[in-house]
Design a protein around this ligand. Structure first.
Ligand code: IVH
Length: 669
């Protein structure tokens, strides 16, 4: 599109469509178009805004895809402190709360009750209808400015609907990661053999504090708003405020209810005691609020908490059941995880059959004996945990369950490294679950992305001795594949085609697919970009590896160990002959200028305005070159904070010019 007017109209129409679909999705739980069609609209908008930057509005839905980087979150003082609530656990305590209110108010009052959402509290500031600040609770007085990250949350309006809002007001709510999203992330992590996230609340809170908002955007956080604060509000009660918030475009959970008396609140509590397990997020109780703002003001505060509201906490759901056995799972890196098999029991809405025991320390802590009755609990975590043993039910003379000494799959004696909680099976060359796990990792979508093969086929191929490792996949032939169970011509062709296609996946994926311990998809990408090809990584010293972005001691050691192993080098030779990509495609860099042409730079330390990779790109875009070590030929040492003293010393000795980030910015203008 070349005409600015046409572009303006199209941007307006795309914005309206995207906002309409967002509203339908988050406020009405409906969708008229697929996720794919939605992404197409958004992509078109982003592309047009890039072409015509002056047409981009501050409330454009394209802000939702993130991209802004926050290095340090600014501390902001809350205009209205973010309070906490008093807790109650019993009916009696609630009646006492009601009696106190009755005595203080002496006139009729109502309550509103809501669920107590288990997420991260947030304060959102709106000025003239636009979201201007999003601040975490912090210590209640001061919090962190996480506006860039919060703008990516689609259920938070960037611009309000209607126009009867005050010019300045704040809303408070809870940011959360729905169970479904949390499970999706963990499933992917499990497939990749990465450590799992503990629970949705911690994930939401960690995500909010990420530096790169485009990663936050991918995490699909959501937000429920539950209070309105400000002067000259157009409402008199909390329930009216909730209605207004909905009209202005906020996402208010439809679960709140008004009550004429405390008995009605108790019914609400009973109703949600189990019904809450069908909600998309964790809840740990109920919040009861006096409805009228005048009444709230009259009741005021105690030293710490408001007198007009209180939380009722449900007891953490726990049940006891029989421990039937403990089994040990072997991961692709040889990691041994003990898992408790339990007599199936209903807990917090789901049937529980298993619980992770994590490692030998946890088993020791619980002091498990055969046939023990154990207590299990679901806290914020999705995976239930065994909290204790019911000693009164322990069978006389029952023997203690001790951690195994040999691998359950290949009988190799297990090892446990100093200061590590986990046991490992060191037999990486012939322990079946390790090899099968490595092959499953190799074919993964984020690795070689090989279509036409799954865990069952891998089992068969390995059990029949057709393949011994992932490199053998490339020697599979059509007749061999036809000998497999449930494998016809079509599936054989599919798999061969999948293997063929995988030969063109980029080097970073190949590097990730090798399954080097601690080299996840991100580290693989950084290594591939930094070293450009596999030989450079194989030949890199431990120190040179440590210089790559995101690589610390642990990763550098693991990479060195991997390439020291002749078996792994043999696998790589096999993969090379198969024709996989072992070189990074050189990114074509669009030059911004030639001010640095002919100059070489070493970058060291931490910088205020740029990530290291960004600095590198900036230098290259201006014609310069970045090298890794200091020599007499070097032109500049670009020094950030906390740079190593040895580098500084070497550069000074050689008389190399040392420049700061500010000087560098001045150099490129
Ligand atoms: S009202 C003075 N409503 O609980 C009233 N809080 O213990 C303050 N929370 O920091 C909050 N759901 O993070 C309120 N429906 C709800 C809530 C809720 C969860 C959290 C919130 C707050 C904490 C207070």
């Amino acid at each position: 599109m070349s005409n600015i007017e046409e572009a303006e109209n199209r941007i307006k129409s795309l914005t309206e469509q995207i906002n309409h679909h967002n509203h339908l999705y988050y406020q009405e739980s409906q969708s008229e178009i697929s996720d794919y069609e939605f992404d197409l609209l958004l992509q078109e908008l982003i592309q047009l805004e890039q072409q015509f930057p002056s047409l981009k509005k501050i409330d454009s839905p394209s802000n939702r895809v993130g991209g802004d980087i926050t290095k340090d979150f600014a501390t902001i003082t809350h205009k209205y402190p973010m309070l906490s609530l008093g807790n109650t656990y019993t009916e009696e305590e609630l009646f006492e709360f009601d009696q106190r209110i009755k005595k203080l108010l002496e006139i009729k009052y109502q309550y509103v009750s809501e669920l107590k959402f288990d997420g991260v509290a947030i304060s959102l500031i709106y000025e003239n209808g636009y979201l201007t600040h999003a601040i975490t609770r912090g210590d209640g007085v001061q919090g962190d400015d996480v506006t860039n990250n919060v703008k990516t949350i689609r259920s938070i309006p960037l611009k309000l609907k209607s126009n009867d809002y005050p010019s300045y007001f704040e809303v408070r709510g809870e940011i959360f990661l729905p169970f479904s999203e949390f499970e999706k992330i963990n499933k992917e992590k499990e497939e990749l053999g990465e450590p799992l996230l503990a629970n949705p609340r911690n994930t939401a809170s960690g995500t909010l504090k990420m530096q790169d908002s485009s990663i936050v955007a991918k995490r699909k956080l959501e937000c429920y708003i539950y209070s309105l604060l400000g002067e000259n509000l157009p409402v008199q009660t909390h329930s009216e405020a909730m209605e207004k918030l909905i009209n202005w475009g906020f996402n208010v959970s439809p679960t709140y209810e008004s009550h004429e008396n405390i008995e009605s609140v108790l019914n609400y509590i009973k109703k949600w005691e189990t019904a809450r397990f069908n909600l998309p997020l964790g809840t740990d109780g109920i919040v009861i609020k006096v409805n009228h703002y005048i009444h709230q003001q009259e009741l005021g505060m105690t030293a710490k908490v408001p007198r007009w509201a209180i939380a009722f906490k449900y007891k953490a759901e726990h049940v006891s059941t029989l421990l039937e056995s403990v089994e040990y799972q072997v991961g692709r890196t040889g990691n041994i995880t003990p898992v408790a098999n339990l007599k199936p029991v209903l807990l917090a809405g789901t049937t529980v059959k298993r619980a992770s025991l994590h490692n030998a320390n946890e088993m020791e802590r619980l002091d498990l004996h055969f046939n023990d009755t154990v207590w299990i609990e679901k806290g914020g975590e999705i995976i239930p945990k065994i909290t204790s043993v019911e000693l009164s039910k322990r069978i006389h003379n029952a023997s203690k369950i001790s951690f195994i000494h040999q691998c359950p799959a290949c009988a190799t004696p297990l090892i446990r490294k100093e200061n590590e909680a986990n046991h490992y099976c060191p037999n990486e060359l012939s322990c079946p679950p390790q090899i099968k796990g490595k092959i499953e990792h190799f074919i993964h979508r984020k690795a070689m992305n090989i279509e036409g093969i799954g865990p069952e086929t891998i089992d068969q191929l390995y059990d029949l001795g057709i393949i011994q490792n992932y490199a053998d996949l490339y020697s599979l032939s059509f007749p061999k594949l036809l000998t497999l169970e449930r494998f016809g011509e079509k599936s054989a062709n599919n798999l061969l085609l999948g293997l063929e296609k995988s030969k063109s996946v980029p080097f970073k994926n190949v590097l990730f697919a090798l399954g080097i311990r601690f080299v996840g998809a991100t580290v693989a990408e950084k290594l591939a970009y930094h070293f450009k090809n596999l030989n450079a990584i194989i030949n890199a010293s431990y120190e040179a590896l440590c210089e790559a972005p995101e690589v610390g001691d642990r990763i550098a050691q693991s990479v060195t160990d991997y390439f020291k192993n002749p078996h792994n080098l043999k696998l790589i030779e096999q993969l090379k002959s198969a024709g996989l990509q072992f070189y990074s495609e050189e990114k074509t860099i669009e030059l911004e200028g030639d001010k640095l042409s002919g100059f070489t730079f070493v970058i060291s330390g931490v910088f205020q305005h740029f990530e290291r990779e960004e600095l590198k790109l900036k230098i290259e875009k201006n014609g310069g070159k970045v090298v890794s070590s200091i020599s007499a030929k070097l032109n500049y040492l670009l020094a950030g904070e906390n740079m190593g003293p040895s580098k500084l010393e070497k550069a000074s000795k050689l008389g190399i010019k040392i420049i700061s980030e500010t000087e560098f910015i001045a150099m490129i203008g």
